[in-house]
Design a binder for this molecule. Structure first.
Ligand SMILES: [Zn+2]
Ligand SMILES: [Zn+2]
Length: 117
């Protein structure tokens, strides 16, 4: 099992089943200072009477990245100023394999995951 809702006890078996649930809404990213993959994605469970916040470790979703191997730490390349995870910044680092850059792309994929009707 992937996750059990801490409030209403609903269970999701896989990442796919979780993300395609129309009652699961991406809410935000809780960063860690050292390794972005050790941060958490936060979701709201919109079920009636629940509406709690669920946190899942980012590395659970890392398989959705095509090139999860070979990632380099943020700021280890001069092209990365550490802006890769600043979602309000339109010009994040362009270092392709920067882990911050990849997590930012992952947030986009998680947000736009197709929901079942
Ligand atoms: Zn719930
Ligand atoms: Zn970066």
């Amino acid at each position: 099992m992937l996750k059990k809702c801490t409030l209403c006890a609903k269970e999701w078996m896989t990442v796919g089943a979780f993300l395609e649930d129309p009652l699961i809404e991406y809410y935000g990213y809780q960063a860690t200072l050292d390794d972005p993959l050790k941060g958490f994605f936060l979701f709201s469970h919109l079920a009636d009477g629940c509406r709690t916040t669920l946190a899942l470790k980012v590395d659970v979703f890392a398989y959705m990245l095509p090139d999860a191997v070979g990632l380099i730490p943020m700021k280890s390349d001069p092209g990365c100023q550490g802006l890769c995870l600043d979602v309000k910044n339109d010009h994040p680092c362009e270092v392709a394999n920067c882990v911050g850059n990849r997590v930012r792309q992952l947030i986009g994929q998680v947000k736009n995951y197709p929901k079942i009707a």
